[in-house]
Design a protein around this ligand. Structure first.
Ligand SMILES: *Cc1c(COP(=O)(O)O)cnc(C)c1O
Length: 404
């Protein structure tokens, strides 16, 4: 067996559900990444809003290695100190009174949806089981969470899918009003829709959702897997909107690159998950929780949160300058360091070509759908790295535009 691997191995040994880039990253530091050939990339993708403090942040490396020498896993038959410390911190910093740990965003949402069903069942009866979510939303890839997510392309061919799920239009209060009823047990919303194109919710929409949920005894769930953990400039986006959910799902940035998910809720709602009603072997794993505790401590500091807005301005100014030269974006939208550049009509459906052009310039970016470029860099990316990233994006766009 050969001890070296290349991108070609992917097609030979991996299930073909991904189509990764042509290079293989082997090392990262801050917002720079190096591939097998030693080529250096600027990272404005942040592992899809996961590497919230960049690559190999020294304090995260220290937290992980310190815990690695102490205790890796005990299961939930026993509790552990890192999990309790992280839960205490989340309770201190948010609306939450109770926390459930798991390993990913999909699992955090799976727990949220199951809890909402169980809570309605316990308090109002089995008929109150309808979950409402937004068209074009994304909540994960388990069969329940893809079914709740409003993107039919992700459930096609996987049926039969779970029932009791309906959809309404994002940012459309009338659409939610028409869909909600006393059979609704939960309404789930991403405060900033991520995968479907970086679309922030209107404040009035979230406020109306809260009021409608209250009027119908339904729980309001915010999926903050992508918008949370400082991404928008607050620890969680709901804090900027001033609308408090009953359940919040968190993952991606909370582990800074170590897999962990969390579901936050109130004591009253949490009661419906009695002993044995739900679980996860790895949930609350000491390694994951030790790292996440450090991530949350750093991100919740006023300096880091304030720095997100400053970096947003710097990026958006640079993106406008690129657009003034090449006229490729119809709008640049988003909040904090979750930014979407919506391509003009001439480039509709061609976001992946920009991704490829960026790769040639040694720049890592993301797409959100077919026609939006997405940036989700480290929350502590340096000005120099932002500027270098923008310079490389300019070169990528220049090449793509001239090749037209
Ligand atoms: C990424 C994402 C998920 C799914 O998280 P996984 O960790 O991939 O399971 C769920 N909801 C939102 C809003 C996301 O962006």
């Amino acid at each position: 067996m050969s001890n070296t691997v290349s991108r070609a191995d992917f097609d030979q040994v991996m299930v073909p559900n991904y189509g990764p880039a042509g290079f293989i990253p082997v090392k990262g530091l801050g917002s720079r990444v190096w591939d097998q050939d030693g080529r250096e990339f600027v990272d404005l993708a942040g592992g899809i809003a996961v590497n919230s403090l960049g690559h190999c942040h020294p304090e995260l490396v220290a937290a992980l290695t310190e815990q690695a020498g102490k205790l890796w896993h005990v299961s939930n038959v026993f509790t552990n100190e890192p999990a309790l410390k992280l839960a205490n911190l989340l309770v201190e910093k948010t609306f939450a009174e109770r926390v459930f740990f798991c390993n990913s965003g999909g699992e955090a949402n799976e727990a949220a949806f199951k809890l909402a069903r169980k809570y309605a069942h316990d308090n109002f009866g089995a008929d109150k089981n309808q979950i409402l979510s937004c068209v074009n939303s994304f909540h994960g890839r388990t069969l329940f969470t893809v079914s709740v997510g409003g993107q039919p392309k992700y459930t096609e061919g996987f049926g039969p899918v779970p029932g009791g799920i309906s959809h309404f239009e994002f940012n459309n209060i009338e659409s939610l009003k028409a869909a909600i009823s006393d059979k609704t047990c939960a309404v789930v919303i991403e405060p900033v829709q991520g995968e479907s194109g970086v679309l922030p919710a209107d404040p009035a929409f979230l406020k109306a959702a809260r009021e409608l949920c209250d009027a119908h005894n339904a729980l309001l769930i915010f999926d903050e897997v992508q918008s949370g953990m400082g991404r928008t400039g607050a620890l969680y986006a709901y804090q900027q909107y001033g609308v408090v959910p009953d359940i919040l799902s968190s993952a991606k940035g909370i582990g800074g690159g170590f897999p962990i998910g969390a579901m936050l809720t109130t004591e009253k709602v949490a009661k419906s998950f009695g002993i044995g009603s739900h679980g996860s072997t790895y949930g609350g794993n000491p390694l994951a929780c030790a790292v996440a505790h450090k991530v949350v401590s750093i991100i919740s500091s006023p300096e880091v949160l304030a720095g997100v807005e400053a970096r947003h301005q710097r990026l958006v100014t640079g993106l406008s300058a690129i657009n003034a030269k090449y006229n490729v974006f119809q709008t640049v939208r988003g909040k904090g360091l979750l930014i979407g550049c919506v391509l003009t009509d001439a480039y509709q459906g061609r976001a992946r070509e920009f991704l490829k052009a960026a790769e040639k310039q040694q720049l890592m970016i993301l797409v959100a759908g077919l026609s939006v470029l997405r940036l989700a860099p480290s929350l502590v990316i340096s000005d120099a790295d932002i500027d270098e990233g923008l310079k490389r994006l300019d070169a990528a766009v220049a090449e793509l535009v001239s090749a037209k």
